[in-house]
Each structure stands twice: as structure tokens, then as C-alpha cells.
Design a protein around this ligand. Structure first.
Ligand code: SF4
Length: 410
């Protein structure tokens, strides 16, 4: 998304994107959150160094989370890079390139699809014990509603009809800017943008969940009855260790309110297994909770120490790796059965789907209950020329725990 903002901010009469050299600038947007992503970013930069040696680019520039997180080490490690910019340094980067500053309310989308992610805020004021994001992305900063509307309007004019609202913590939106939680205002404002048909909320934080968001989900037809709400655990002891500022009773309460106030809502959550403080009893508590709450979608990770976090410096990574993997497998086996039961319950229903892609003779689609990249797909045989980004009514005919099959509804 930062790349799309940056490309849109560069004056088109002075800058163009080229795949091959000779280039004036070769830019890398990097990720520095977890080991694999860091390695991938560093490997890509070294490829850039080689390209510079071969004379394929005049300058090599790097921005994003990796350069933010390792601002002191990276210039020494890779001196061939001409300039490093942090995760929030898009305007300094524009200045370096000789382009005017921007508010970044426009995007240049490389892949045209019917959906787009919309970052409503950046950074995080929380301090979950296992997470390095607040050190990398800085304090929470909301994007003004008028800027979000203007970005949504541009995206809609280019064929986007589904916006997936993301942030490090979407339910925190507004506190810094308006002195109150204002995610519901964002939903209202965006649902009035011509061409926007679906709004989907990701990364909502369970504690102090804004009640007016539940009202929007229940009554605003453009807000998907779908919520991504990472819970991470249910045991009071583990949640306390994680610094999540919510306990088991508070967690059960928000899940109950969601199910009651938004009938039919599909919940996606994330859990961490093997966090310090999770013994066999706490893990059993987690399994019992997942069995009870019946999340339609659930992803899980094994705990790993992230350098610089409170967990890495104050907690002992006490669960052996093999045991973490075993717990992950047990949890995901349980979840597979729950997801399968949910998907099978949809056989025979008619759902409105958005066409994300056309692969051979198959339309790859999603209903309001699926988010792209993390959830399954609805596969529909192509019976007519249906462009990507259009909507269809389909009848679900088959289901496994991830994907569904459907036929056009008559
Ligand atoms: S896990 Fe989410 S809420 Fe917690 S510190 Fe990280 S970004 Fe913030």
C-alpha cells in the first residue's frame, strides 16, 4: 500500500515505472517484522546491489519497516545502498527524489481487482508482550476521515467495490485524532462513497470494542457480517502475560455480544500457542474455548521470541518447539472440523459473490463471509464472460474446510 501511495504521489510527467535498466533509481519497500520476511527483504536488497554493480541502476534506495527497525545497523551492513528511509518516511523519500510532498490520499494500483485494502491508521499504542510492531511503526496515528473518503472515491472510480479496512488496531481508530473511537464514523462515511458495496473490518482489538461498530455491522448493508478479531488466547494467566488488557470473561462477553447483535456474523480470529505461561491446563482451556466459541475461521501461530519485545527480555520461552508444533496441530485439527461444519451448513444457500479472478473456465469468487488471501474461495464454473470485479448470485453446491463450489443461481 505504501508503494501504491508513493507511486501515485510521483509526478507522472517526471517519473515512470520501468522493469528493466538502465534505471535512475531502484527502490525496495522492505518488511522487518519476522525472520522470514527480514531475510527475504535483505536478499532482495543484495540483488539490488548486484544490479547496481552491473550498471543497471544509478541509485539504490530502501524504505519500510526493515530500515526503520535496523536504522543503525543496515547502512553499515549494506553500504552500497544510497539512502535508507523508515516506515513513515514517504515524504522524506519524495523530497530525496525531488518530488513535492503528499498527503497520500491517492493510490496507483498495479493489479486491478474488485477489492482493495484501505489503511485507516498506522502504528500502535499497545504493548503486547510478543509484538515488535509498536517499535517499528511508532505510535497510533489515524488517517483523517476526509482523506479516507478521498482515497476510497479514487479506488471506486477505478472499479474497486470492496474495501478491507486494516490498521494495527482498527478499533483504536480516532482516539488520537477525534478523542474518541470513531471506526463507526469511518464505516458510515465510506458506505456513502459511490461504487463502494462492501466494507470489511480486519485487526479489531477485543478490549473496549466500540458498540456502535456492532450497530453498523448489524444495520448497514454495506458492512460485511464478518469480523477479524485476533484474540491470541483465552487463559487469564496467558492473556495477562501477553499484556492484552482483557481477560477470559471480557473475551467471552464480546464474542457473545457479536453473535447476539449481528446474527449470522462470521468471526475470524488468531491464536498463539506455546506462549510463556501456557502449560497443559492453559492449552486445554484454549481448546475448550475454541470448541465452545466455534469461530468460523481461525489461524494460529507458535510463539517465537521477537528481539526487543517485553516477552524476549522478561519471559522465558519455556515451551519446547516440538511441543508448540504439537499444540498447533491439535488446535488446527479441531478448527478444521469446525470450519468444515460451517462451510457445509452453507450448501444450498444463495450468496452474492464478487469475482476476484478468472482462471481458465473457473470464476474465483468470495461472498461477504470470505476475506481475500486468508479465507477460502468460492469456485464457480464460467458460463459467460464475467469480468473481474463484477457480482453474481450463486448457489453453494459443495464444501470442504477451506473452499466452496457453487453454480450461478437461476
Ligand atoms: S499485537 Fe497488535 S495490538 Fe498488540 S502491540 Fe502488536 S500491533 Fe499492537
Amino acid at each position: 500500500m505504501d508503494t501504491e501511495h508513493l507511486l501515485a504521489a510521483l509526478p507522472a510527467d517526471e517519473f515512470s515505472v520501468a522493469e528493466e535498466g538502465p534505471l535512475d533509481y531502484l527502490l525496495y519497500n522492505t518488511c522487518g517484522f519476522i525472520g522470514d520476511a527480514k531475510e527475504e527483504s535483505i536478499n532482495a536488497i543484495f540483488e539490488g546491489v548486484e544490479a547496481k554493480r552491473r550498471g543497471e541502476t544509478h541509485e539504490l534506495l530502501v524504505f519500510g519497516c526493515l530500515s526503520e527497525r535496523y536504522a543503525n545497523q543496515m547502512p553499515e551492513l549494506i553500504p552500497e545502498v544510497d539512502a535508507w528511509f523508515g516506515a513513515r518516511d514517504l515524504n522524506p523519500l519524495l523530497r530525496y527524489l525531488g518530488a513535492p510532498p503528499s498527503r497520500f490520499t491517492r493510490r496507483r494500483q498495479e493489479n486491478r481487482r474488485g477489492y482493495a485494502y484501505l489503511k485507516i491508521s498506522e502504528g500502535c499504542d499497545r504493548r503486547c508482550s510478543y509484538c515488535a510492531i509498536p517499535f517499528i511503526r511508532g505510535p497510533h496515528k489515524s488517517v483523517p476521515i476526509e482523506d479516507l473518503v478521498s482515497e476510497a472515491t479514487q479506488l471506486a472510480s477505478e472499479g474497486v467495490s470492496e474495501l478491507i479496512l486494516i490498521a494495527q488496531d482498527t478499533t483504536f481508530y480516532g482516539l488520537d485524532l477525534y478523542g474518541r473511537r470513531a471506526l463507526a464514523d469511518v464505516l458510515k462515511a465510506l458506505s456513502e462513497v459511490d461504487g463502494i458495496e462492501r466494507l470489511r473490518i480486519h485487526y479489531s482489538y477485543p478490549s473496549e470494542f466500540p458498540e456502535d461498530v456492532l450497530e453498523q455491522m448489524a444495520s448497514n448493508p454495506k458492512v460485511c457480517k464478518y469480523l477479524d478479531i485476533p484474540l491470541q488466547h483465552i487463559s487469564d494467566g496467558v492473556l495477562g502475560c501477553m499484556h492484552r488488557h482483557i481477560d477470559a470473561a471480557g473475551t467471552r462477553s464480546i464474542i457473545r455480544r457479536l453473535r447476539e447483535k449481528v446474527p449470522g456474523v462470521v468471526l475470524r480470529t488468531t491464536m498463539i500457542v506455546g506462549h510463556p505461561g501456557e502449560g497443559p491446563d492453559e492449552f486445554q482451556e484454549l481448546l475448550d474455548f475454541v470448541r465452545e466459541a466455534r469461530f468460523e475461521r481461525l489461524g494460529a501461530f507458535t510463539y517465537s521470541e521477537e528481539e526487543g519485545t517485553w516477552g524476549a527480555t522478561h519471559l522465558e520461552d519455556s515451551v519446547p518447539e516440538e511441543e508448540k508444533r504439537r499444540r498447533l496441530d491439535e488446535l488446527m485439527t479441531l478448527q478444521s472440523a469446525i470450519s468444515l461444519e460451517f462451510n457445509r451448513s452453507r450448501i444450498g444457500t444463495v450468496e452474492r459473490v464478487l469475482v476476484d479472478d478468472v482462471v481458465g473456465d473457473t470464476l474465483v469468487c468470495r461472498s461477504q463471509y470470505e476475506s481475500p488471501e486468508v479465507d477460502g474461495e468460492i469456485l464457480v464454473p464460467k458460463t459467460a464472460d464475467v469480468p473481474v470485479g463484477s457480482y453474481l448470485s450463486v448457489r453453494i453446491t459443495e464444501a470442504d474446510e477451506y473452499d466452496l463450489k457453487a453454480v450461478p443461481a437461476t
